[in-house]
Design a protein around this ligand. Structure first.
Ligand SMILES: CC(=O)SCCNC(=O)CCNC(=O)[C@H](O)C(C)(C)COP(=O)(O)OP(=O)(O)OC[C@H]1O[C@@H](n2cnc3c(N)ncnc32)[C@H](O)[C@@H]1OP(=O)(O)O
Ligand SMILES: CC(C)C(=O)C(=O)O
Length: 518
């Protein structure tokens, strides 16, 4: 089976992502992780671009021991010289020379005729070859280049000494079948007495970068270029991790594999995300937070019976510890019971019926059901008051120093109206402080979430709070619903405090066991 080489350009094309600027130290750390991930070459930067870019390429060249290190250069001698200087210490140096070949780029950007571009290829690839054993050439915007001219440009580069021919889909314009045909056409028509390796370089403007890269492999490409997490100019480059996993899962179809160490994928992705500051979308293939999460009942049931029902990639394959079955309103009984087992909560079958019904009611209102919610549900310490807690007064005043003052008046057990006043840096904090004064008990706020339950400007706010009765360690969940966010918050917090008060008075006795207490 063919082995496909991987060239990573996260540090060059990836750094062209608007807002991304890796430090030299970060680049070296990423390069080391990429070497561990099993790439065969790294495009460490564009040495002529800036002193920092030069230094990063130089440092990476000195650091990597197994991976070829390359630098990008325009068809400009000083760019090639900069790459040569930066890559002097690399164990396996390469250089990547490019010039655009599409009519729009040649006419408007380069202001060169096709013949001048061909002459430039000859001059600069030969010059690069005089300094480097391994030269890569890219006809930029190849997929918008007229086919015969593309062949002429590539043949010129091969004749001048290029070993790797990269066919960039610079603006993400091509389609899988068209790109496949382009590779077949070039591979069948370029002549050389040396082995020439062709590679795709795909951008994701139309969301086809992964499909196009795989089509190029099918068409005969021997190396691929891309970035981790698909970072890069505009909509980004092809995400290498997607191609690596697709090759593994569908090697039957592609008849090709790679040397990528797949179980290092997640770590690599996290590192690039952290240093680039570009979060990985939850629904991103292979490395997204939801890639191994199943929320709907039918899927959860299938996965519990056999993960292969809904998982073509195992989490372990890419270095993720395990899959997850988050609970939500579409979850089913099997997943609910599994969660009870996971939390070591023992209940009878008839209790499950009742708890599951309550869970569904809660899940209809709360987007994400946490372990704490489940514990509170089982302990019977969840309360909702959608009718609204009765306040005699709930007023807010903004102070000149930016703090807020809230006044609440509520009825105590003897039905007397008691007023308390407190300050806070925000209105919710001030209201909670005033409510604390009213109840006068030790309560710790564990979580506060707010959701809009209806749409538009008149949306109702639903606030969920989780509090701990510090004296007993019992966790209580409570919610409040109102058109006003402050009132919804005050209702939720008062409800939670009422539960704590009832526990302290011995009215609620069912406690969460020591083991289940967070
Ligand atoms: C498709 C890609 O991703 S290509 C890589 C893109 N990456 C980058 O551009 C990042 C690094 N770039 C830089 O730091 C700068 O653009 C530099 C240092 C390369 C050049 O900076 P400047 O000299 O100020 O030129 P500027 O960027 O404004 O314009 C580019 C010049 O290079 C020319 N040029 C563009 N590509 C090539 C090429 N492959 N070969 C030769 N000349 C080229 C342009 O025609 C333009 O020339 P002109 O000044 O005669 O009009
Ligand atoms: C320089 C080339 C390979 C490039 O980045 C592109 O065309 O997208």
């Amino acid at each position: 089976m063919r082995k496909i080489e991987f060239l990573d350009t996260s540090l060059r094309d990836g750094e062209q992502t608007p807002g991304v600027n890796f430090s030299v130290k970060e680049k070296v750390a990423i390069a080391k992780q990429l070497e561990k991930w099993g790439i065969s070459a790294i495009e460490a930067g564009f040495p002529a671009a800036s002193p920092d870019s030069f230094e990063a390429v130089q440092q990476i060249a000195k650091t990597l021991t197994k991976t070829a290190v390359t630098g990008l250069a325009r068809a400009v001698k000083s760019d090639i010289d900069a790459a040569y200087e930066a890559l002097k210490d690399a164990k396996f140096p390469q250089v990547h020379v490019f010039i655009a070949t599409s009519p729009v780029h040649m006419t408007y950007k380069l202001k060169k005729t096709p013949d001048e571009v061909i002459a430039s290829i000859t001059e600069h690839v030969s010059y690069a070859k005089s300094l480097f054993d391994v030269v890569e050439f890219s006809p930029e915007d190849a997929t918008r280049t007229e086919k015969d001219f593309l062949l002429r440009a590539v043949q010129t580069a091969v004749d001048a000494g290029a070993t790797y021919i990269n066919i960039p889909d610079t603006v993400g314009f091509t389609t899988p079948s068209e790109y496949y045909e382009t590779f077949k056409f070039l591979i069948e028509n370029v002549t050389s007495d040396r082995e020439i390796i062709f590679s795709p370089h795909c951008h994701d403007d139309l969301g086809m970068a992964t499909a196009n890269t795989l089509a190029a492999i099918k068409g005969g490409a021997g190396r691929i270029e891309g970035t981790i997490n698909g970072i890069g100019e505009r909509a980004g480059n092809v995400a290498l991790e997607e191609v690596a996993v697709a090759l593994e899962i569908r090697k039957d179809y592609y008849q090709a594999t790679s040397d990528i160490v797949l179980n290092e994928t997640f770590t690599t992705s996290e590192l690039v995300s952290r240093f680039s500051g570009i979060p990985v979308p939850k629904n991103k293939a292979v490395v997204g937070g939801n890639a191994f999460a199943h929320e709907s009942g039918i899927h959860q049931d299938g996965v519990l019976k056999n993960p292969e029902t809904y998982e073509i990639i195992t989490p372990e394959m890419v270095g993720v510890k395990k899959n997850s079955l988050p609970l939500g309103k579409l979850s089913g009984r099997h997943a609910f019971v599994e969660k009870l087992h996971e939390l070591d909560i023992e209940v009878t079958d008839s209790e499950v019926q009742d708890l599951f019904a309550k869970f569904k009611i809660l899940a209809d209102k709360k987007h994400e059901i946490t372990d704490t919610d489940i514990r509170a549900l089982v302990a019977g310490t969840t309360v909702e008051n959608h009718e609204g807690f009765q306040f005699d007064t709930l007023t807010i005043a903004s102070n000149l120093d930016g703090t807020q003052t809230v006044t609440v008046a509520m009825r105590n057990v003897d039905n007397e109206s008691i007023e308390t006043i407190a300050n806070g840096s925000g209105s919710v904090e001030a209201a909670f402080n005033a409510i604390d004064k009213f109840f006068n008990q030790t309560v710790k706020l564990e979580s506060y979430t707010i959701v809009a339950v209806t749409d538009g400007i008149d949306a109702q706010a639903e606030v969920h709070v989780t509090v701990e009765n510090v004296d007993t360690g019992t966790i209580f969940n409570a919610s409040g619903l109102d058109f006003d966010v402050l009132r919804a918050s005050a209702i939720a917090y008062s409800n939670a405090n009422t539960l704590v008060q009832r526990e302290n008075a011995g009215i609620i006795t069912k406690k969460i066991s020591e083991k289940d207490t967070i």
